[in-house]
Design a protein around this ligand. Structure first.
Ligand code: NAG
Ligand code: NAG
Ligand code: NAG
Ligand code: NAG
Ligand code: NAG
Ligand code: NAG
Ligand code: NAG
Length: 788
């Protein structure tokens, strides 16, 4: 896709009017090579995410920029996920007369794979997607919160607008039945209404879910067929004006309706598709309320774009002297951070509550690090709702989730990282409507009560209590079998989760609890093997057996030589996931996890042998290829030079990471976007600071814009970041002031965003600048008196 040529310099800063930043968003970034980005039409946190589905092995996000054919345009998606393909329910497909033997509906190819049709280049922008199909029909879609509005423009000579709605299909082909299809005239519009729903299976979780739809076409159909597969072949039944079919389909056989409509003056068919997680009646109510006029495609599209501009508009940047590529990357990345989770407040079928309800936390292991801390400064209202929703999930299911999608419990990836998602908002004074006492209760339950840690809380609580670490093989399954291992990475995460609990305990005045959990956060050290060596460095996080001996995996730690590079890009990433046979580290190596002590980096520096060794060890980590930016544990290490007073090296490292691994092409992401996590890393890096998620610390690199403002939508406070003299060579901070006072620390705290203020840097090319290098300039650590 090509963006229109726009003049980017001199975009108004701090103006009250909404700037059309949607023009800079390229939704196709990350739609191939495993990015799994959803490029279709949605609102910020929209329930409906409508767009085409590609017949591609890589179609987790629906449309894939790999040239594969389109099987349909469906109503729901997830964004950037790993796991199986999510959602993709209730696809539509337009046909022309020629495809259906001169309008014989029984001759249209309905089989999902065989019907897939070629296409030309699509175009997309926030709230809009358009794709020209090889049959001459152009499919466009826009959306409101719960409703997709589709516009199909057929070739001029079309005698009937032929159309498929498959009611029993999603991307994972997971239909379980429990559905029906009711066709009836819509008395209000004089058109055709089809309602129904069905049961499907989540892509990375347990159980099943039901979802419902309400379809409206603007006129009565000229002809209609219900189709259903029976014994391997399709059977057709004529549609009467009012008909109900039961779709207790077995074995993933398709069922749905085919209809032919009369072309109006233009051969255009607008169809409205309301979606609800509660009932088809509710789907119809949403449809009528949000899109009363089915013909108003352009107005709904404009409103969607306006909504995006409003949500994106808490941030403004001055792009003077900044390349078009940087502007496009920044806004596209920020845009993607607001696609998920979905706000389905008021449409929760699971329990009755007046609290907000959000779904598609896919997964918190990914999003707590960068996405939710971003909301804390750019969208604190949404973040407060997310916190309330998580606490309400705890109230009603007994647990905070690590992962949830499609109303179901998802698989826990590591620790109980909702603890740090909550602590992050707590220390950043996100309070609106939040019952923090119950939030704290939920966190303590994670730390003290063992549930089914496949989907909630933590595992190995008694073993850790007894030993101070999670031993290898502490599971009901045989050791090293399947998802129940990850002993080393889980311990590191549990230790940091405990630190989050301590911060909240401290804030709530629970001094004993705070002392207890601060202490538990030191458990990482219990699996630090000072004698493990690799590539010239000694001391690594290594899994441990229950008897205290170090664990060597017989598959790679040959001759009892521990391989800290296993699960890194240079030595095997193949079995480090939530898979049977997955090892003791999850989605990153010991080389990478050995940096993960955000609560006490000062102690880690000492443990590794002091600042010089720490710094050269970081150098080797990057140069030897052990760093993996494609998974979320790879974010934090790029900022760690700040902990040894070398912010200049952080600037170079973040620059190199962005240059090497990110670009604006369809394959421009280093991994699954994971609900905007890869994008959020880009946003933070461009701001010039990075959140140490779960605590009140932002590590400074340098801004990529001469001026950035971030408006706090709750209290109106404006934080302004100015980089005087910024250029491609003047990218190192020489000096700084905060609200006019000299500022030498290489980190900032959240007060800039709650109180407002101005952080101003003088930039230069001098890499020997002493700014941020002193002992007193280092970020907080527990062992040097921080936090407590
Ligand atoms: C893609 O669709 C076109 C028709 O539009 C068809 O001719 C072609 O065989 C399809 N390709 C694949 C790989 O299915
Ligand atoms: C369709 O009709 C329009 C307006 O009459 C005309 O401009 C266009 O060329 C026609 N397209 C085709 C493919 O016939
Ligand atoms: C359609 O209506 C006719 C006439 O009332 C009836 O015989 C037939 O069963 C109906 N078909 C369906 C599918 O309901
Ligand atoms: C979430 O949805 C509810 C109900 O529609 C709405 O009141 C609220 O403003 C939404 N939140 C955000 C952040 O848009
Ligand atoms: C935790 O408390 C124990 C017992 O008092 C003590 O030995 C240990 O050093 C403490 N750990 C940390 C990290 O403070
Ligand atoms: C490292 O090796 C030395 C010498 O064998 C031993 O005394 C020490 O306990 C070992 N340290 C660890 C953490 O295993
Ligand atoms: C864009 O980034 C991807 C992912 O890092 C990389 O594979 C690709 O080579 C890059 N393309 C360009 C043109 O730099």
């Amino acid at each position: 896709m090509k963006l229109p040529g726009v003049v980017l310099s001199g975009i108004a800063v701090a103006s009250a009017a909404t700037v059309d930043v949607a023009q800079f968003v390229n939704p196709f970034i990350g739609t191939s090579d495993g990015g799994h980005v959803f490029a279709g039409a949605t609102l910020p946190w929209g329930s409906v995410k409508a767009g085409p589905d590609s017949l591609s092995g890589d179609n987790q996000g629906g449309y894939v920029s790999d040239g594969t054919n389109i099987t349909g345009i469906s109503q729901l998606h997830d964004d950037g996920t790993g796991g199986g393909a999510s959602l993709g329910n209730f696809p539509f497909l337009p046909y022309t007369a020629a495809q259906c033997a001169n309008n014989d509906l029984t001759k249209c190819t309905v089989d999902h794979d065989r019907r897939a049709i070629a296409h030309d280049d699509p175009t997309a922008s926030p709230g809009y997607f358009s794709i020209p199909l090889a049959n001459g029909v152009t499919a466009e879609v826009t959306a409101t919160q719960h409703v997709a509005l589709h516009r199909f423009t057929y070739p001029n000579d079309t005698s009937q607008l032929l159309f498929l709605l498959e009611a029993t299909r999603d991307l994972g082909n997971s239909y379980q039945g429990d559905g029906q299809i009711t066709v009836a005239p819509n008395a209000k519009t004089g058109g055709t209404r089809v309602t129904g729903g069905g049961r499907f299976i989540p892509s990375f979780g347990e159980g099943s879910y039901e979802v419902f739809y309400c379809f409206d076409a603007p006129s009565a159909f000229l002809q209609g067929k219900y189709f259903k597969t029976a014994s391997g072949s399709l059977a057709y039944t004529d549609l009467n004006a009012t008909t109900t079919f039961n779709t207790q389909i077995q074995n993933n056989n398709p069922a749905g309706v085919l209809m032919g409509f009369a072309p109006g003056s233009a051969a255009t068919l607008n169809v409205r598709m309301g979606i609800s997680w509660t009932s088809s009646d509710k789907a119809c109510a949403y449809a009528e309320e949000e899109i009363p006029d089915i013909s108003a495609f352009d107005a709904i599209h404009s409103a969607a774009r306006e909504k995006w501009n409003e949500v994106l508009g808490t941030v403004e940047v001055d792009a003077t002297g900044v390349s078009d590529d940087t502007v496009e990357m920044f806004w596209s990345s920020l845009y993607r951070t607001y696609i998920s989770p979905t706000n389905i407040t008021g449409d929760n079928p699971l329990w009755t509550s007046t609290e907000p309800f959000y779904d598609s936390f896919y997964c918190i292991w990914d999003s707590y690090r960068v996405v939710h801390p971003l909301y804390a400064i750019t969208a604190p209202k949404a973040q407060a709702e997310v916190i309330r929703a998580l606490i309400d999930i705890y109230r009603n299911t007994g647990w905070l989730p690590d992962c949830r999608m499609s109303l179901d419990k998802g698989f826990t990836q590591g620790g109980s990282n909702a603890d740090n998602l909550l602590s992050d908002s707590y220390v950043k004074s996100i309070t609106e409507g939040i019952d923090w006492d119950t939030g704290y209760e939920a966190m303590v339950k994670d730390a003290t009560v063992e549930g089914d840690f496949t989907v909630e809380g933590r595992g190995s609580i008694p073993a850790r209590e007894a030993l101070g670490f999670v031993p290898v093989g502490d599971t009901n399954n045989p050791p090293n079998e399947g998802p129940n291992t990850r002993s080393a990475s889980r311990l590191l995460e549990y230790a940091y989760n405990d630190f989050g609990i301590a911060l909240v305990a401290k804030g709530l005045g629970k001094a004993d609890d705070a002392a207890h959990y601060f202490n538990k956060s030191g458990d990482w050290f219990n699996i630090w093997n000072a004698n493990a060596t690799n590539t010239g460095f000694s001391g690594f996080i290594q899994p441990r057996n229950a008897d205290g001996s170090w664990y060597f995996d017989p598959r790679y730690d040959l001759n009892n030589v521990f391989r800290p590079d296993h699960c890194s890009p240079v030595f095997g990433h193949f079995d480090c996931f939530l898979n049977t046979g997955g090892g003791e580290f999850y989605e990153a190596s010991s080389w990478e996890y050995s940096w993960f002590v955000p609560q006490d980096m000062a102690r880690l520096v000492t443990t590794m042998g002091g600042p010089d060794t720490f710094s050269s060890r970081l150098d080797t980590f990057f140069s030897a290829g052990f760093h993996d930016i494609g998974d979320e544990p790879g974010f934090f290490p790029t900022y760690l030079y700040n902990y040894v007073g070398q912010p200049v090296k952080t600037v170079d490292r973040v620059d190199a990471t962005l240059t090497q691994y990110y670009n604006n092409s369809v394959g421009g992401l280093p991994g699954n976007d994971d609900s905007g996590a890869m994008g959020a890393y880009v946003v933070w890096s461009h701001f010039g600071f990075f959140p140490v998620a779960g605590q009140d610390t932002y590590l400074l690199n340098r801004p990529y814009f001469p001026k950035i403002t971030i408006r706090n939508e709750v209290n109106g406070a404006v934080a302004t970041i100015i980089a005087q003299g910024l250029s491609s060579t003047n990218k190192y901070i020489q000096s700084a002031t905060l609200n006019g006072e000299p500022y030498t620390k290489n980190w900032i705290s959240h007060s800039l965003f709650t109180n407002g203020g101005t952080l101003e840097f003088v930039m230069g090319s001098n890499k020997d600048s002493t700014w941020g290098t002193g002992e007193a300039d280092l970020p907080m650590s527990l062992s040097t008196g921080g936090f407590q």
